[in-house]
Each structure stands twice: as structure tokens, then as C-alpha cells.
Design a protein around this ligand. Structure first.
Ligand code: RIB
Length: 278
């Protein structure tokens, strides 16, 4: 069982001809709403790839909560540790997507910000995945309880206590996040995965590259959730006992397939969807 400790959002998405520059207004976009949040996306991605998954998180006691949890519920993620918090709104991500699939995201955390270490105290945790859209203290409490593999996605980039980094078996970042954390990541015991967008990804241990994978060629529609899919697939692959090279190729293929459909959670691939690419 993988316990994911992370955010749950409702994504409000405007897909338009291009992304606005600061101060610019872009019109002609189409509006859509999808369940999202990095934690929820990673939980559902791992579940669709065959893992048993529990999500620890928080939503508001509002009408957006049901919409945000709908695909997790339908997908068979255990939501018994998700709290409905009075007086808070469900997290919302305002997302602009351009015709070539690039995106900009602004997150209003709402209930995600109130998840505390006490909320993981009574949750059984074998393997654990965590993402920084909930507090580092909460992730640390969960990571310390985990008896198995600990995977941390250091997104969005921010200062993180060293004790938390020391608990990780795997740390995943994209290029921007890798630049923020710098060489310090390579001093850690954990494997470091760096996703490179259309270039694929690399896996490092103690400053040495141990695997590299390039993605299959796909038609990119929307990259939202691709990084979450990559992290979840890599974690599932390594927990299953795949070699670092196999697991990285599996993760890169999963991330690429997630780019071929719109929306974070609607685009998450099932295992069968990856067969043509492996
Ligand atoms: O990684 C993509 C996710 O980031 C979106 O679903 C959005 O909710 C933000 O949390």
C-alpha cells in the first residue's frame, strides 16, 4: 500500500491561443474544470498503474470538494483519511494552457494548508509519497512513520528541512526545481530524478548519473499532470523492483502519455496505455 500525503485541488483551466505575459490580456480561451492537485494526481496515477493507494489530504466543506474527489473515488483510491474542513475552501488551481500545451498555474491552497502532523498520526504507512503543496512538517511526520519506500516530489520549489530530505529514498524534481535546490540534492542518500520535459529524465545517485530515458514521440495537448504522472510511475516501478533504467523508462512513457489528453486527472494513463511505448 502506498500512502500519498498531498494536495487536492479543483483545476479551473483556460485553454487559449497563448499564455499571457505579465500585464497582458489574452482572450478566446475555452473553460474547463478538472480534479487536480499534485498529491491527488500522484495518488490516482499510482492507482491507475496498479498500486493500492490511500490519500491523506484535506478539502473544504464546500460544493467543490465532491468535484475534486470524483475521479479519485471512481478510480478506487482510499479516501478514508481525507478530511472535510469547516470554514476552509477546497484548494483551487487557476491554470492557463496554450495551444502548444504549455501552462501557467496559480494555486489557492485553501484546506490543503491546514493539514498537520497530527493528521497522519494514526495512518498506517508502508510506502509513502509526498509533495510540497502540504506542509513539510506533515510530510516529515508521515515519512518517519513509513516502514517502506519514501518518495518526495519537491514541488513547488521551496526551502525544506534537512530532516525531511534525509528520510527520502527517491526525490523527484523538474529542471526549474533542480536549479532552485542546486548541488545539495546530490549530497543526499536518496536517488534524485530530474525530469527534463520533452527531453525525458535522468536519475542520479550521489552525484553520478545512473539512468537516462527519452520519451516516446507523442502529440502534446496539455502537460498539466505530466510531472505528477512521472513521479508516481517512477515510484511504483521502483517499489515493484524494476531496475532504475526500467523504472525511469516506464515513468517517462507514462508522463508522455499524460500529455496527449487534456486535464490533470482525466489524462492519467492506465498500465495498458503504456504497452505500445515500452
Ligand atoms: O502538477 C499539476 C497540478 O499542480 C495541477 O493539477 C494543479 O492543481 C497544481 O496543484
Amino acid at each position: 500500500m502506498i500512502t500519498v500525503v498531498g494536495s487536492i485541488n479543483l483545476d479551473i483551466v483556460a485553454t487559449g491561443p497563448k499564455l499571457p505575459r505579465p500585464g497582458e490580456t489574452v482572450t478566446g480561451a475555452k473553460l474547463a474544470r478538472h480534479p487536480g492537485g499534485k498529491g491527488a494526481n500522484q495518488a490516482l496515477a499510482a492507482r491507475r498503474l496498479g498500486a493500492d493507494v490511500r490519500l491523506v489530504g484535506a478539502v473544504g466543506a464546500d460544493e467543490m470538494a465532491g468535484e475534486a474527489l470524483k475521479l479519485l473515488q471512481a478510480g478506487g483510491v482510499d479516501l478514508s483519511s481525507v478530511q472535510h474542513v469547516n470554514g476552509e475552501t477546497t484548494g483551487v488551481a487557476l491554470i492557463a494552457v496554450s495551444m502548444d500545451g504549455e501552462n501557467q498555474i496559480v494555486v489557492c491552497p485553501g484546506a490543503n494548508a491546514v493539514l498537520r502532523p497530527a493528521d497522519v498520526e494514526f495512518v498506517e504507512t508502508e510506502h509513502m509519497m509526498g509533495v510540497l503543496e502540504v506542509s513539510a512538517d506533515t510530510l516529515l511526520a508521515a515519512a518517519r512513520k513509513a516502514t517502506g519506500f519514501v518518495s518526495l516530489n519537491l514541488a513547488p520549489a521551496m526551502e525544506v528541512p534537512e530532516e525531511l530530505l534525509a528520510e527520502a529514498d527517491l526525490i523527484s524534481v523538474n529542471e526549474t526545481e533542480a536549479a532552485f535546490y542546486g548541488g545539495a540534492l546530490h549530497q543526499l542518500e536518496a536517488c534524485i530524478a530530474i525530469s527534463l520535459g520533452s527531453e525525458g529524465a535522468t536519475l542520479w545517485r550521489k552525484g553520478k548519473e545512473i539512468a537516462r530515458a527519452t520519451p516516446p514521440k507523442v502529440t502534446v495537448v496539455d502537460t498539466v499532470g505530466a510531472g505528477d504522472t512521472f513521479t508516481a510511475a517512477l515510484t511504483v516501478g521502483l517499489i515493484e523492483g524494476q531496475s532504475p533504467q526500467e523504472a525511469l523508462a516506464f515513468a517517462v512513457a507514462a508522463g508522455a502519455v499524460a500529455c496527449t489528453r487534456p486535464g490533470a486527472q482525466p489524462s492519467l494513463p492506465k498500465r495498458l496505455d503504456l504497452d505500445p511505448y515500452l
